[in-house]
Design a protein around this ligand. Sequence first.
Ligand SMILES: [Zn+2]
Length: 106
Amino acid sequence: MLSVKIKERAWIACIAARKLKAGNAAIVIGNTIYLYGVTRAGFLSNPAWLRHELKHVEQYRRLSIPVFIIVYLYQCLRFGYTNAPLELAARQAEADEGITGNYRIA
Ligand SMILES: [Zn+2]
């Protein structure tokens, strides 16, 4: 079982929140979920959000960190954030109740 770390008040998630014009954001790098504008408890109490970010952890595992970042940025430029295939897959995973069982939240 893969261990996932959570970091609150992360500057990188702060930048993401501003970009998305949102009050809060989560951003994944490798197997760490960086949060801004939401506490760890608040994030974990939102199963769809947690599954979405765990799907990104899975994508990082499959692609490796540098390849994920390159492919993700390319897809956002090519298709837009909403329609980027890695984002579409993460959004689909929001309903996947099985994904949470594959990870241990450290
Ligand atoms: Zn996402």
